[in-house]
Design a binder for this molecule. Structure first.
Ligand code: CTP
Ligand code: MG
Length: 227
């Protein structure tokens, strides 16, 4: 049994606005539904656990029925940090049946079924896999307002999602990293801290996270060109 945990319990401070960004519509459909559909259409995914702000669960249940999300088995409340939200999702997984867990940002509706599939496949072989994209800008390490050095960008990757792990590895990463949890902005960080190797799977730079209003404009164009 492969499970997806879609975390969408953030409040979107950097995006601003009244509604959290994941509920805004693109091409007539909420961003979160675009994201959920990618996992619904992925044959490797058996069940989806959706993590939302507590105050949005009832509203979402009303609209979710409009979409044919057969794999969406649970919609639960998140926590104050992304790591807490993932942990809440993880607690809903049946440990006896669990194989791979794919953790994905609700705010990344441009992920493809192929990206999800190949990240799960790699995690099945190795235990831990992270979708990642090349860095195209020249990156500087700084101190205050001064450049210390130029980092070799060929050795850098941007961590995307999904990030996929054997259930037991991810569970242990959370249990053994309690103090680091709140600072973690992705799951690979926690798994790296266990000393477990995380393999990179090449992802597309199209798989953007909607963080600011400018990202929404880009996401709209990209989603339109997909269809
Ligand atoms: N997320 C979550 N629970 C939190 C914080 C974030 O489930 N307590 C989710 C977001 O909903 C998003 C993903 O994690 O889908 C990536 O986070 P980010 O883009 O930072 O979203 P927000 O935290 O909502 O935005 P901001 O940091 O600007 O407030
Ligand atoms: Mg955030």
């Amino acid at each position: 049994m492969n499970s997806a945990i879609i975390v969408a319990a953030g409040s979107g401070v950097r995006f601003g606005g009244k509604k959290p960004k994941q509920f805004l519509e693109i091409l007539g459909k909420p961003i979160i539904v675009h994201t959920l559909e990618k996992f619904e259409f992925c044959p490797q995914i058996d069940e989806i656990i959706l993590v939302l702000p507590a105050a949005e669960i009832e509203n979402f249940s009303k609209i979710a029925g409009k979409y044919n999300l057969k794999k969406l088995v649970k919609t639960i409340a998140g926590g104050d940090t992304r790591a807490e939200s993932v942990w809440n999702g993880l607690s809903e997984i049946n440990s006896a049946a669990a194989e791979i867990v794919a953790v994905h940002d609700g705010a990344r509706p441009l992920v493809t079924v192929e990206e999800i599939t190949k990240t799960i496949e790699r995690a099945k072989e190795t235990g831990a896999a992270c979708l990642a994209a090349n860095v195209t800008d020249t990156i500087k390490e700084i101190s205050g307002d001064k450049i210390i050095k130029t980092v070799d960008r060929a050795k850098l990757r941007r961590a995307l999602t999904p990030q996929c792990f054997r259930y037991k590895i991810l569970k242990r990463a959370f249990e053994e990293n309690k103090s680091e949890n709140s600072a973690a902005t992705d799951e690979s960080f926690l798994v790296e801290n266990l000393g477990v190797e995380v393999l990179i799977v090449e992802g597309s730079t199209r798989n953007i996270k909607i963080t600011t209003p400018e990202d929404l404009i880009l996401a709209e164009k990209l989603l339109d060109s997909h269809q």
